[in-house]
Design a protein around this ligand. Sequence first.
Ligand SMILES: Cc1cc2nc3c(=O)[nH]c(=O)nc-3n(C[C@H](O)[C@H](O)[C@H](O)COP(=O)(O)O)c2cc1C
Length: 198
Amino acid sequence: MSENFALGFPDALTPDLVPWARIVYSSRTGNTQAVAEHLAENLDLSLVNAREELAARMDERGPDGRLMRGDAAGTADEILLLGFWAWRGGPNPTMRDFMRGLRRRRVFVFGTMAAWPDSEHARACISCAKELLDEGRNEALGHFVCQGRLAPSVRKHSHHPRTPEREARLDEAEKHPDAADLAAALEAARAALAPLRP
Ligand SMILES: Cc1cc2nc3c(=O)[nH]c(=O)nc-3n(C[C@H](O)[C@H](O)[C@H](O)COP(=O)(O)O)c2cc1C
């Protein structure tokens, strides 16, 4: 008999204690983490860093570095909310790796980027994430993207031409994610999850 049972609590492994949804995010400078934490707090979901999740599962990787048994820890029924930062027109490398390892999961995707969220570039980032998830026949539940401040050193040393349009966009990105972004991310996630909440 487990100690928990003796205390009158259900055993930690009983199915109803397996989370029904979980957030896995990747963040280099904290923007995506801020969105992830806001979602976790307000949706009462647990939060895990993708790098830690992948590192913990190194022994489950095949020769190509991909996860052999795709699903993240938890049950295959568990819904995943995956947060990425934009890199070369798609999710950052760690999150790409994580997405490639998933099989037949239900996934809500959120991301932060220097681009305008309603731009062609933002749509390309989402499409890239969707293609990665399609490879494992995962089901897309919805998505949300907003701007996120470009790290000052990256901005300073960037080789991109400093056009007025780019400077204005990066100046605006400095202010994000802001309170309105966090609220919009929560609304999008809530709308996607509401019909699926147990
Ligand atoms: C190496 C690097 C590549 C990036 N590539 C893109 C990109 O292709 N498109 C974009 O919109 N933003 C790009 N960004 C900006 C970041 O995605 C953005 O600042 C993001 O909010 C960072 O999130 P984080 O704080 O969670 O790491 C790039 C940033 C870095 C450092």
